[in-house]
Design a protein. Sequence first.
Length: 660
Amino acid sequence: MERGGSILIEGVEPEVDGGRFPAKRLAGQAVRIRADIYKDGHDVLAAQVAWRQLTPAADQTDWQAVPLRELPNDRWEAELILPRPGRYAFTVEAWTDAWASFAQELERKVKAGWSVKSELLEGAALLEAFAERAARSASEDARALRDAARAVRDGDVARALDSTLRALTARHRDRAAATRYERMPEILAEPPRAETGAWYEFFPRSASRDPSRHGTFHDAEQRLPEIAAMGFDVVYLPPIHPIGRTARKGRNNSPTSQKEDVGSPWAIGAAEGGHQSVHPRLGTLEDFRRFVRRAEELGMDVALDLAFQCSPDHPSLREHPEWFLHRPDGTIKHAENPPKRYEDIVNFDWLGPHRQALWNELRAVVLFWIDQGVRIFRADNPHTKPVSFWAWLIREVKDLHPTTVFLSEAFTRPKMMKQLAKVGFSQSYTYFTWRNFKGELRDYLEELTSPPVADYLRGNLWPNTPDIFPAFLQGAGPPAFKLRLALAATLSSSYGIYSGYELCEGKPLSPGHEEYLDSEKYQLVVHDPDRPGHIRDFVTALNRIRRESPALREYRNLRFHHAHGDRVLFYGKTSRDGADQLLIAVSLDPFEPQEAVLKVPLEQLGIGPEERYQVHELLSDRRSLWKGRWATASLTPDNPAAIWRVLRFRKRENDFDYYL
């Protein structure tokens, strides 16, 4: 019988909150599993990761195993590939390798010149036990083990120390003697779009380019080639449903509206339908499906806003009044966030006695739009709904459609933002929108892209949204738009802009106010594509570089480096296979040129201190030779960023050749 002893397993990674929530990874990519494994005494240990996919019929999925390899200081590691999107469970098992422990002790005694006659008898008995287990499934292994047992019993020390015996005995260990980690952490394997994408948000109703005519899905479809040409992967639409008339908001969020006012798309529901209907002025459901198909033809996914709220005219208020909150006097409760009031919106009674029927209906809404071809949803203000609802909904949907992606729009308390990510949101909006200075950018992005936060939260960086026209962009002109875009597009693998950003549009509602004047949330807005000072070429160049650079399509590989001064941020990204190495410098000053001395991380790049290497600056398409630890960057308001690909030299017979 194998000796078990007190094997300890701890420090398992990835594990979020002690296994309460799944860690997030991408399907098809290697997942690194690590654990501390050790025990008393000097026995040799062996360990493995056992894993399986969790499906609605989980008992139909067999466990698979990957051996763990030992690292220094009792740390063990393995890599496994989760083949398809879905939920997976894993655990760590460890056991005493009885034969390796015996052979190690025997070898030490032989080297010390001791008599090992008794030890060889012990070894023979061990091999007989292995042979007995092998006889149940592998007769050839059983014969080989019995032959070895006879030789060892007869005093053949060399046979006992033959390294091939360890592999043979390992196949027939006593599995009942293993110690298993007490928990079974989960991993949520998601499609690539959960980690990587350039998002472009626009309102289909403004797509006609005519301020007097409500746009249609057909008009929006005509914009798709232009958006694809700028290199975007995801087209995100605000709500496309009928808009209520009761308490409809006028221009600039006026509490009174005129007959021609179109209202807020987030006031969902009217006589024409609710969350499973499209606004009749946009077109038909088939028009929307054609829009989705056209986007796919151009290599883009469509994301839809998931706004779980209603206008007072929503059909559900008539059909299911029990789903809504009412005051003691019987009046319905409107949405409020003092001093703001949203008279055109009413909220659900999320945790009331009829919540199961309500939740089932909202799940049906998501499944309906999945049937129309949508696989990406941006949840509006998810922090104002119960976390338990999102945990339930996302799991329900992903069990049926594992490739679905959910983006959390929760500009709220950090702990709530993180909790929403833990319960299943694939991506999250972040505070990047308000992080402008070097120290705070570095600290915040390091937190987001490093464990433990990066195990469950992926930040999607937005320089602006229809709700937010940040102070940094007000009055600084195209240079401010360029540098914030460069940061968003290179610090994270996912970022987005709201339509008009590429045109450097925007006026604040009032000085110091972050709301837009003449906000598109309340009226049709014409975006002039020929507006002077646009930065479409810069947007296109950044997105092209992102598509051509594997390192920029990864999230957890951000590393900050030293740059003199407080107005240049210097960082790098290297792809998983190490083939794509990028160094990036971005000016944080939209007004003055910046000359920065950069400390190149030679050790991280695998470059010797005296080695010469070439860098290719991708925005300007210029190549330079660098040598040593220090380099310089000259950045200007018009050219606020530099992205260098590091090219390594290889020696040929009489000259040098660089890798492209």
